[in-house]
Design a protein around this ligand. Structure first.
Ligand SMILES: Nc1ncnc2c1ncn2[C@@H]1O[C@H](COP(=O)(O)OP(=O)(O)OP(=O)(O)O)[C@@H](O)[C@H]1O
Length: 608
């Protein structure tokens, strides 16, 4: 049987991810149990199952909030001598307005629980993921003169300091998207890349950027209050930007490359002060970035690298103008003069078309799927009437607990459609003895971050979320994703269930389906079929009842990752965009999820 990267890493499940983000935080003290006002002195409803025993204390994070944690980062020894010999860059610590400001800063060790010795790292390697069966992962790259993939990090030659950090992260081999995307980016090419959730796209765009800045020769950046980053990484949500920043800090540790994050909902002055101390890579949400650009505290004039994570969401209806403003009207070097990388697990053709405005002679890369992460996610669809959803969820949670899979190391993420719905379900779960918290756009940023930490740490192993948590978040131990309310768009479903079954781990996704979701029936059935899942016999019946389902982008067909829209004759006529490329497996990309059909009006609330 064909195995994949995902299969092979599954064997390593027992190995704890040593540098998970939750470890960046201090353990929190127990807080007094909070009971929402409307539920105080109210007995559990008669229709609900009995509350669980006191052995499982219910908790959410709505009690007294003590402010953001200081973090548990130990001061690390900043050794600017660790990088590649001969390294001289205007990025890095040379420029006062870029990179580390040597006089004032010491670089914090983002690997708090290692001594960082090479011996220690070698010992860890033995316990790490075994990536053997790459060859069955279907890969397609289209465009002119596509650089060949690399098999190992050593082959890629990212530099000693970055390689050491890759070891610290316990990455032994590049994942398939990394094998293909990193050489393309290192060759200076623009890239639109589509690979399944949880497959390592963050490193795929961070490594070439960090390496490029380490090696690059840049003119001295101006001094003063305006920051001149060399690279910009945009992401759609605050939490995702925070996560990318944390990852990028690990990758760039002791390389001399400085990463700063800017996102809304947090005090801007603190972020501005951080920028003043120097920045090479700026990770940002678009709203906060525009604010900083308008205050002239950030200039994009020296941007050499632009990466859009969750690029299809970034160019989604309603959001595209803001991205266009940032990329085209705020002084950033034009395409061709900068290098642009777009990444997502889904890429509707309409979005590809928009995105091509930002790219120059780019390569379109799809990596998946045969044995890809979706196979690791067992998908179930259950017919549940609206009025029965709560008790059905309760049954699932009770069953999980009875089977011993509910607890610190088996987190459950429950997606709902609205912010009010999230609050209400959280309170109801809480009232019924289940330790739940919630994340959505109406909560303050402090509350959002606190909720996420509480969930990650297992203190509240149930998180009720809107689509704000659907994309990109890499939370270890999410064992079960419940689509309490299904999204309108199949791509959103793909991203939501992708919060489990990551980096080789298995996961379960349960969807509550009813008549209101008819328009999703067809793409859902197709998706499940492609991922070798058992499709309930009744589901196709709803597919035939739905009329068009304009918000279902897959309705035009299906094929993992979608295809390069430049291959469509109507677009290709008169252009020479589409060139050689390769299909690495010979059997093509025959199945899986992707991006098709008409892009419709399904805008969810994941934007900051
Ligand atoms: N080469 C590697 N070896 C082992 N683990 C890796 C490697 N590359 C990435 N990972 C781990 O895989 C997990 C998923 O990576 P990442 O969050 O980048 O996925 P993604 O493709 O961006 O997912 P999504 O589409 O949901 O945003 C992370 O925990 C990351 O540390």
């Amino acid at each position: 049987m064909a195995t994949s990267w995902a299969d092979s890493v599954a064997a390593s499940e027992k190995v704890e991810t040593q540098f998970s983000s939750e470890q960046a935080y201090q353990p929190r003290l127990a807080r007094p149990t909070y009971v929402p006002p409307h539920l105080r002195s109210r007995p559990p409803s008669s229709g609900s199952p009995a509350p669980p025993s006191a052995a499982t204390p219910a908790a959410n994070d709505r009690g007294s909030y003590g402010g953001p944690p200081a973090g548990a980062r130990s001061a690390g020894g900043f050794r600017p001598d660790v990088g590649r010999s001969g390294y001289v860059a205007a990025g890095g610590w040379n420029g006062r307005s870029g990179g580390w400001d040597r006089g004032r800063d010491r670089e914090v060790n983002p690997f708090p629980d290692t001594d960082g010795t090479e011996q220690g790292l070698i010992e860890q390697e033995n316990a790490v993921i075994n990536f053997d069966a790459y060859e069955d992962i279907p890969v397609e790259a289209t465009g002119d003169n596509v650089p060949p993939p690399a098999n190992t990090f050593a082959e890629i030659d990212l530099g000693d300091a970055l390689n050491l950090n890759i070891q610290r992260c316990k990455y032994v081999r590049p994942t398939p998207i990394q094998r293909h995307a990193i050489p393309i980016s290192l060759a200076g090419r623009d890239l639109m890349a589509c690979a399944q959730t949880g497959s390592g796209k963050t490193a795929a765009f961070c490594f070439p950027i960090i390496s490029g800045i380490m090696y690059g020769q840049y003119v001295q950046r101006p001094r003063g209050r305006t920051a001149y980053p060399l690279a910009l990484i945009l992401s759609p949500t605050r939490e995702l930007s925070i996560q990318i920043h944390e990852e990028a800090r690990k990758f760039s540790y002791q390389t001399g490359v400085k990463v700063v994050v800017a996102y809304g909902g947090a005090p801007i002055n603190q972020q501005l002060r951080e920028l003043e101390r120097g920045v090479d890579i700026l990770v940002a949400t678009p709203g906060r970035l525009v604010d900083m650009l308008e205050r002239a505290r950030v200039s994009l004039q020296m941007i050499k690298y632009l990466a859009l994570d969750e690029a299809d969401r970034m160019l989604d209806m309603g959001f595209e103008p803001q991205i266009r403003k940032i990329v085209e009207q705020m002084g950033m070097p034009t395409r061709g003069l900068r290098q642009t990388m777009l990444f997502s697990a889904t890429f509707p053709k309409e979005i590809q078309r928009l995105a091509s405005d930002f790219l120059s002679n780019y390569i379109y890369l799809t990596v998946g799927r045969v044995g890809s992460s979706t196979d690791l996610i067992v998908q179930r669809v259950e017919y549940v009437n609206e009025s029965d959803k709560r008790s059905h969820l309760m049954d699932l949670l009770h069953a999980q607990r009875e089977n011993g899979v509910h607890g610190k190391h088996a987190l459950t993420l429950v997606f709902v459609e609205t912010k009010r719905g999230a609050d209400s379900l959280e309170n109801w779960l809480y009232a019924n003895g289940f330790p739940a918290t919630s994340i959505h756009g109406d909560r303050s940023q402090q509350e959002r971050e606190l909720a996420l930490r509480s969930f990650k740490s297992g203190r509240t192993p149930i998180l009720v979320a809107t689509d704000v948590a659907a994309r990109g978040l890499d939370i270890p131990h999410v064992a079960h994703v419940v689509n309490f309310d299904l999204p309108n768009d199949i791509d959103d479903y793909v991203h939501r269930i992708g919060r489990t079954g990551r980096a080789g781990k298995t996961g379960l996704a349960t969807a509550f389906f009813n008549e209101n979701n008819s328009s999703l029936a067809r793409p859902l059935a197709e998706l499940m079929q492609e991922a070798n899942q058992e499709v309930p016999v009744w589901l196709p019946r709803y597919a035939s009842r739905s009329h068009g389902g304009g918000r279902n982008r897959r309705s035009g067909g299906s094929r993992f990752g979608g295809r390069d829209f430049r291959r469509e004759s109507s677009f290709n006529r008169g252009t020479d965009y589409y060139g050689g490329g390769y299909n690495s497996t010979g059997h093509g990309i025959s199945a899986g999820y992707g991006a098709y059909g008409v892009y419709g009006a399904g805008v969810t609330s994941a934007w900051e």
